[in-house]
Design a protein around this ligand. Sequence first.
Ligand code: FAD
Length: 453
Amino acid sequence: MTVLWWARRDLRLRDNPALCAAAADGPVVPLVVIDPALFGDGARPRDAWYAASVLALDEQLDGGLHLRTGTPADAVLDAAREAGATAVHVSRETTPFGRRRDAAVRSRLAEHGIDWVETGSPYAVTPGRVTKADGSPYRVFGAFQRAWHEHRWPAPARPGTPLRWAAPAGAAEPVRRSLREAVDACTVPLPPAGEDAAARAWDRFRADDLPRYADDRDRPDLDTSSRLSPYLKVGAVHPRTLLADLRDTGGEGAAKFVSELCWREFYADVLHHHPRSLRHDLTDALAGLEYDAPGDDFAAWQRGETGFPLVDAGMRQLRAEGWMHNRVRMVVASFLGKDLHHWWPHGAAHFLDLLIDGDPASNAHGWQWVSGTGTDAAPYFRVFNPTAQAEKFDPRGDYVRRYVPELRHLDGSAALHPWKHPDGYAHGYPTRIVDHAQEREETLLRYRRARGK
Ligand code: FAD
């Protein structure tokens, strides 16, 4: 019996439990639906990245991917009926949007007697599975991480039977064309897309940077993190594959990398249990905190013109590459919340507009962690000093000079404080839009008021 494999955040053929389960059922029609509710007009960098990743999968299948646009409840049903499929196989989605969408598709298929089969998820451990002994979810990363390790993760999936592909029905060419247009119109240079490119990036990272990862991952100037986030985002590689590859690798680098993958799993788990945390404070620790309305200062932050070199370099890297180093994400998020006093969802939305790895769970909870409204135990009084952060993590100013041309005439760490140099502003770099020490005091005052102290 022919079955559909509907690929969403699992755009790969290897280590794919949903595809293996489909293959065990019969010849497989591989399907991708371009849902306007997610894809929009294709103008955001992450849409272009998704488009490039879908095209790479199509190429791997020699143009055999069945492509449709439209509301999934209609598009999946139509594709299943045209193929004469008896079942639709997917990997489980646990985001609020994915759950709502899948419930609608599933009930539509059921009306037509077509089965819905979920196998695996985009995570090593499906969100919701790691719980305390009483079944309640973890709220603190350290405890979640211990339980996640104890839970273990399955070995990479291999098909039990050889894959047999069924010829897709329908004309995919117009969809293919619109995906190509989205890629061509993309405003940032996209990394090479697809499963093989992801595997190459992983091999390169393991050979060159993993041994020093524990020491260097916080250094944006060295740029030695894996840059796998865009591939993990679309499922061109699965974390289970990475964990299996690291099983026999000792050392601090590998341990730290596993722990970073666990943060991704933790945030997906938090979202699974608290769907509102996507747009609202996870905890009420800071309920009633006064925020300012975004104005010119917010626009300056978006453009990378705050006068704080590390903040500006980060925001310009985001615009230029659709990606930003993790340490700098924390610094610019702290700056928006604690120097400019804006509520984190404004910044999170801007990130999602520009990041190619934009992931609702990691983004919202990364922002909330910095803002003191999320999973960190006592973070509200932690206010990053953007200049001290620059001195520590970009000590020679290389990262700042890479993204801020107006500071390239300043050698070494001079680029981190143009205000100390007579010609610091000679090339039009803006002066600081706020006084950090003052804004820090203001933040702490607002926190004390919100907490009634
Ligand atoms: P590496 O250091 O090589 O880490 C390997 C993988 O581990 C990453 O690809 C990622 O999947 C995961 N990981 C690493 N750090 C984190 C973390 N702090 N939280 C969750 N997962 C992590 N990550 C996203 O994938 N999408 C986002 O939209 C996103 N938004 C963020 C917003 C803020 C404010 C902050 C502070 C962090 C955000 N992160 C996000 C997490 C992190 O910044 C990126 O995952 C990381 O920079 C990606 O680069 P890399 O692949 O080289 O990471």
